[in-house]
Design a protein around this ligand. Sequence first.
Ligand SMILES: Cc1cc2nc3c(=O)[nH]c(=O)nc-3n(C[C@H](O)[C@H](O)[C@H](O)COP(=O)(O)O)c2cc1C
Length: 247
Amino acid sequence: MNETIELMLNHRSIRKFTEQPISEEQLHSIIASAQMASSSSHVQAYSVIRVTDLSKRERLAILTSNQRYVADSPVFLVWCADLYRNQVAYSLHDDPNHASLHTAENMIVATVDAALAAQNAALAAESMGMGIVYIGGIRNQIREVTELLELPERVFPIFGMCIGFPDQEVGIKPRLPMEAILHHDKYDISQVSNLLESYDQTMSEYMHERTQGKMRRTWTEDMKNKFAAPSRLHMKAYLEEQGFYLQ
Ligand SMILES: Cc1cc2nc3c(=O)[nH]c(=O)nc-3n(C[C@H](O)[C@H](O)[C@H](O)COP(=O)(O)O)c2cc1C
């Protein structure tokens, strides 16, 4: 165990922040850490938009289905997959219509790049005593967000991120048993049901404690609720509009 591992094992999302501001220097360290994440073929196919305009923050809170912390957190970042810059780079040397920026493969490349950079930023923030929460709700009304932030073609927001100093005590959410996610030499389906049963027990006890006895939800129930109806069905058409996933 070392400090870095302890920090990662101590992660919990924070949704209530003190008024303590984040200095420009701290933010610079957070973004510099993000930039040092690995990047597929060094394409660095992501951008991050820091939203300080209060009216935009209020609008984003509404567009993310009224998540107040989007407006109230000291820093709010929108992490975007971004192949626009790569297109500009390409066009310096060839007709951009010949480029393969639009493929599903490159959409994955850009999405992964953005996620890796964001998680580096999250860890940097947490290492300075801050807390973060990702905001996938940014995709709830993604066209409006795209317009609000004036995103060009080949750029789309993946998630937002609230950052600030924690103003709440939150428990650490138990993860799946390691045997469920770590396989050896081949994918082993034989233990999945048993492991889920034991995880349901763990999560149900955790939720009972976290909600002061109000709730005893299991993880498999949560998954049933999450996947019963498709969500954000606008994404496919939206991605095509932004110039992604055409092939
Ligand atoms: C891509 C992504 C999107 C998320 N979107 C939201 C969100 O819109 N609102 C929210 O309150 N939490 C959001 N979360 C936080 C998750 O709910 C949280 O990470 C998960 O429940 C595990 O809890 P923990 O981070 O406290 O360990 C998101 C997390 C990720 C990775």
